[in-house]
Design a protein around this ligand. Sequence first.
Ligand SMILES: Cc1cc2nc3c(=O)[nH]c(=O)nc-3n(C[C@H](O)[C@H](O)[C@H](O)COP(=O)(O)OP(=O)(O)OC[C@H]3O[C@@H](n4cnc5c(N)ncnc54)[C@H](O)[C@@H]3O)c2cc1C
Length: 339
Amino acid sequence: MEPQAISGPGFSITLSPHGGRFSCSTEQTVLDAAIAAGFWLPHSCRNGTCGSCHLPVLEGTVRHDPAAQYAPALPEGQCRSCQAHPVTDLVLGAPGVPREAGRRIVTTGAKVLDVQRTSRDVAVVRLRVPPQSGFGFTPGQYVDVLLKDGSRRSYSMANAPDPDGHIEWHVRRMHGGRFSCHVYDQLKPGAMLRIEGPFGAFGLHPGDAPVVLIATGTGYAPIAALLQAHGPELARRRAVLYWGARALEDLYALDDPDAWQARHPGVRLVPVLSEPDASWQGRSGFVHEVVLADHPDLSGHEVYACGNPLMVEAARARFTGTAQLPATRFHADAFIARH
Ligand SMILES: Cc1cc2nc3c(=O)[nH]c(=O)nc-3n(C[C@H](O)[C@H](O)[C@H](O)COP(=O)(O)OP(=O)(O)OC[C@H]3O[C@@H](n4cnc5c(N)ncnc54)[C@H](O)[C@@H]3O)c2cc1C
């Protein structure tokens, strides 16, 4: 392998088989160093909980930060790249990552343009990032909001990338949640937020397999970005969106189902309610169980799941188990809270 050389202090990390290369200090995590250098290793939560960033260590040694409480078991010979630090030079298996570095993360101000409370607990926030900041993203990615105490919160972009720097978030007000309550109760147009990003490797993979999209609550946000950016492609692949919530009013983007359908021709929407009232005529129960009832065999499908981490994990286990979905065709973005 002839690695692409990128200079910098620390250990050298080479990505196999394509040969991208970057350096990583012992204080940095492998994932942070990779993203800072523009190499988009697979990842989602960045706090050791979701398991998306596990990578085979082909050569060298790493040490890990203490495992997160609900961290999935690490397969033999792999590292959890969001918590791994190099102890030697490394070669990591990352077949989906090209040799050339791509987009880098930026930290920038974002101006709030509009805040609409569209349901009892969801606010749709529109912001603008100065185009000269160099900020950009691909549909399905998220950004971190940097709070004054040094903590951060992640929100998925719910829109397709736009040359004028517009971004949209769907923020659910969590009971006792510091930032989401601030957004829902107090955030006003004109406010400035500090954001960093983009992050995340969630996005539509090219192919022909029919697509199942599954979301709970504001897990609809990254799916909305895919629908906006890849509508014709999703229609060609006969996409069906299963969107789960407690009650109809929690499906905050569905005030008029016919208008929704007109905006997304060729994509079928199946709302699923877990606590419907007596007048509800549609599907009810756990959203992933409704998917299984409609698709007992998912072996030829591709699935994109977003939102509640419990739903994402239950869907992953059931779809790749009983319904025979290949594990490589389950793509997820789990909204895990950081404490
Ligand atoms: C990749 C990713 C993308 C995301 N995208 C979205 C999105 O598009 N929309 C969205 O609404 N959310 C999204 N989230 C979740 C979001 O980042 C925040 O976690 C969420 O908004 C809560 O933030 P908060 O400050 O309001 O709550 P926090 O103050 O962080 O609290 C979260 C919850 O935990 C409880 N809590 C707080 N501290 C503790 C503690 N020490 N022990 C136990 N419980 C505690 C609180 O009562 C509250 O219920 C995403 C998360 C990730 C990882």
